[in-house]
Write a protein that binds this ligand. Structure first.
Ligand SMILES: Nc1ncnc2c1ncn2[C@@H]1O[C@H](COP(=O)(O)OP(=O)(O)O)[C@@H](O)[C@H]1O
Ligand code: SF4
Ligand SMILES: [Mg+2]
Length: 326
């Protein structure tokens, strides 16, 4: 096996709770993982399971409630404002909806210049030419024609708008990017182009991605490891090919059974998820998936679940899998 990169990010027991009128909403509830440099961790789960909150808490766009985040060996939760500003050069984010994250009154070049100016790396007054050169370079990198420098986001299609989002994230030469559903808002035909671009950039620039999506099939080919979340918790984590070949958690199996398999010779058993979704506000103890799980027993709701390493690098949070019952 090829040598894998060194660890760049370590997240330990990360929690983010939001105070809501009827209690505490456990948006992210004890998530731990590491990512190696140059690799991609795919994070999947249904809408509302805490993916975006987790991505933002890692970047401190939300202050975590508890846990540790270590980036290149530094405890970044202890960083002050000044240190956080420099950290932005290394850690960036790409949002789902580039239209919502781009200022409609900024041209393409102004949008890409903004992070360079904010960080004080360039100046319009003293280094206009260098700044324009850097903007053109970044546009080339993401496949945006230099002719588009003076256009506005609404004049461009979704694929090009997302390329501006990627360009902005890349402008500061980051090492790590949270990609929060970067292709989910795009037409299927454009999704593959943008995914290819992101993979190509990863290879060329040695980027590390935390790639969030509600769609397992999107992350299958680009992720080294996949983490499956359910109601704020991690229910399974494994190297991508193992997760697809041998999912262990009933929720992962249900997610996978919803992906159409192109091979007609392969048996396809659809696992339905009936039942109401447990509330993330003051969640009761026990397995949060129990109300929808076809294998649930009383034991599943009478004790808190633990995550265990069932096989090397394959982690699962399911009592009945752990007991060898399913
Ligand atoms: N600022 C906030 N205040 C209160 N609740 C929030 C806030 N942001 C997100 N949530 C809640 O946290 C949970 C996780 O949301 P989110 O991280 O956006 O999920 P996902 O990205 O997986 O769709 C949801 O129940 C959502 O309603
Ligand atoms: S712990 Fe029980 S309810 Fe939860 S996923 Fe496993 S079998 Fe289903
Ligand atoms: Mg989200």
């Amino acid at each position: 096996m090829a040598d894998r990169g060194t660890e760049i990010l370590r997240v330990e027991h990360l929690k983010k709770y939001f105070p809501v009128p009827n209690g505490m909403l456990h948006a992210v509830d004890d998530v731990s993982f590491t990512i190696r440099s140059g690799e991609t961790l795919g994070v999947v789960g249904e809408s509302g399971c805490g993916k975006s909150t987790m991505g933002r808490a890692i970047l401190r766009l939300h202050e975590p409630t508890a846990g540790n985040v270590t980036f290149e060996g530094h405890d970044i939760l202890k960083y002050d404002k000044h240190q956080l500003k420099s950290l932005r050069r290394d850690m960036q984010i790409i949002f789902q909806d580039p239209f919502a994250s781009l200022n409609p009154r900024m041209t393409v070049s102004e949008a890409i210049e903004a992070p360079l100016l904010v960080q004080g790396l360039y100046s319009r007054r003293t280094g206009k030419e260098a700044l324009e050169k850097r903007v053109r370079e970044i546009m080339d990198m993401v496949g945006l024609s230099n002719r588009l420098v003076n256009t506005y986001p609404h004049e461009l299609d979704g694929g090009r708008r997302q390329r501006i989002g990627i360009a902005r994230a890349l402008a500061l030469n980051p090492k790590f990017i949270v990609c929060d559903e970067p292709v989910s808002a795009l037409d299927v035909s454009i999704q593959a182009q943008v995914l290819n671009l992101m993979q190509d950039l990863q290879d060329r620039l040695g980027l590390t991605y935390l790639f969030i999506t509600h769609n397992l099939s999107v992350v299958k080919h680009i992720s080294n490891d996949i983490l499956v979340m359910y109601l704020g918790q991690m229910v399974e984590k494994a190297p991508s090919e193992i997760l697809f070949q041998k999912p262990l958690h009933p929720y992962t199996k249900a997610l996978l059974s919803a992906i159409p398999i192109p091979d007609p010779d392969l048996p396809m058993e659809r696992i339905s998820m009936k039942g109401e979704i447990t509330s993330p506000v003051n969640p009761a103890r026990g397995c949060r998936f129990a109300k929808r799980c076809p294998y649930a027993t009383e034991a599943c709701t009478s004790q808190d679940m633990e995550i265990t390493e069932q096989e090397p690098e394959h982690f699962v949070t399911c009592l009945r899998v752990q007991r060898g019952e399913i």
